[in-house]
Design a binder for this molecule. Sequence first.
Ligand code: DGY
Length: 326
Amino acid sequence: MSKPRVFVTRIIPDRGLRKVLEQTDATVWEDELPPPRSVLLEWASQADGLLTLLTDKIDAELMDAAPKLKVVANFAVGFDNFDVPAATQRGILMTNTPGVLTDTTADLAFALLMACARRIVEGRDYARNGHWRTWGPMLLMGQDIHGATLGIAGIGRIGLAMARRAVGFGMRILYHDAMRSEVAENELGAIRVNKEELLAQSDFVSLHVPLTPETRHYIDAAALKMMKPNAILINTARGPVVDTMALYEALKARQIFAAGLDVTDPEPLPADHPLYTLDNALIVPHIASASFETRSKMAEMAADNLLAGLAGKLPPNCLNPEAFNK
Ligand code: DGY
């Protein structure tokens, strides 16, 4: 029996890629940049399965061009690149990689928080660029982390992991979420507040909401105005959750202290973007899940989801199990 046809839209860690290559007739897009839309459509038209990244838009147009497509496995927990209802209508299974990247992502969010608060990158540049001439009583003063208030927007898996880290630093924890989290409240002492209270009371605001029409520009000019002048904004969720130009204006005017961004809008942020000119904007290129071990686990998980779907089984991390019986 011939093996299923698969298109893998980028080289992923070997632990997952090997499984896909062994068990399917796979083509791997080897470029550093994502396949152009026309290439993705062309390969999808022949594919039984796709292993995709968050940079690949999997929408109704693509699905209609892919008559054999059974399963699309995202190498990410976020799936705002997927049109899940369109896939369900067509009986195509969609999967993601939840859980394995929770702590790694929270580690990076906390690293950004600390780096912004204590001005680590500015200090590195100061020393490296030959400005360090003596011990300075006023030099590169930042914000205390211990004892400060952390406001978490979105208390899902990653928001909760962020709260756990904050406990170790003796922080007061506030959260805003449509759902109450008993774990956050009972185990971590977090207090549920509305969005306005979160913004007004927090010294650090960390975003952990998925990107939906409701959360687009969750942080806009009005939200930034509600934040404290010493506040630091951390975004490891999705770029469009923050209005980039409003953030630029707020940082430039020192209306808030700093921002640490793993994700941006647009993404990638062009090299000539004004946000890069600000010392109080710390931007890294969407690397929150990028530890060797976590990326390997994500690859394995995406491969297992893909192979299960191709074998006619319900994938372990199926986003639309209702498509299974179609
Ligand atoms: C995700 O998985 O959604 C992250 O943004 C990348 O790991």
